[in-house]
Design a binder for this molecule. Structure first.
Ligand SMILES: [Zn+2]
Length: 71
């Protein structure tokens, strides 16, 4: 499944996020990541899952987001 978002110059298409919380195994929807992702400039970020634990998110070369547990 792909996702399309509108950007000022057109439409950007992403594949569905494959990120899964390493703590509660919840699948993290793309839009939940994307809205935080656009605000940061690094290649990884920290976000809080609905289970109230912090997880790391990074983006793979193919555009997939993946989640990992923070140490
Ligand atoms: Zn979780």
């Amino acid at each position: 499944m792909t996702y399309s978002i509108k950007i000022p110059n057109g439409i950007m298409t992403f594949v569905e996020s494959k990120a899964e919380c390493p703590h509660c195994e919840r699948h993290i929807p793309f839009d939940e990541i994307e809205e935080k992702w656009v605000k940061q400039e690094k290649h990884y970020m920290r976000m809080k899952c609905k289970c109230k634990r912090f997880i790391g998110i990074t983006c793979m070369m193919n555009g997939d987001f993946v989640a990992y547990s923070l140490k």
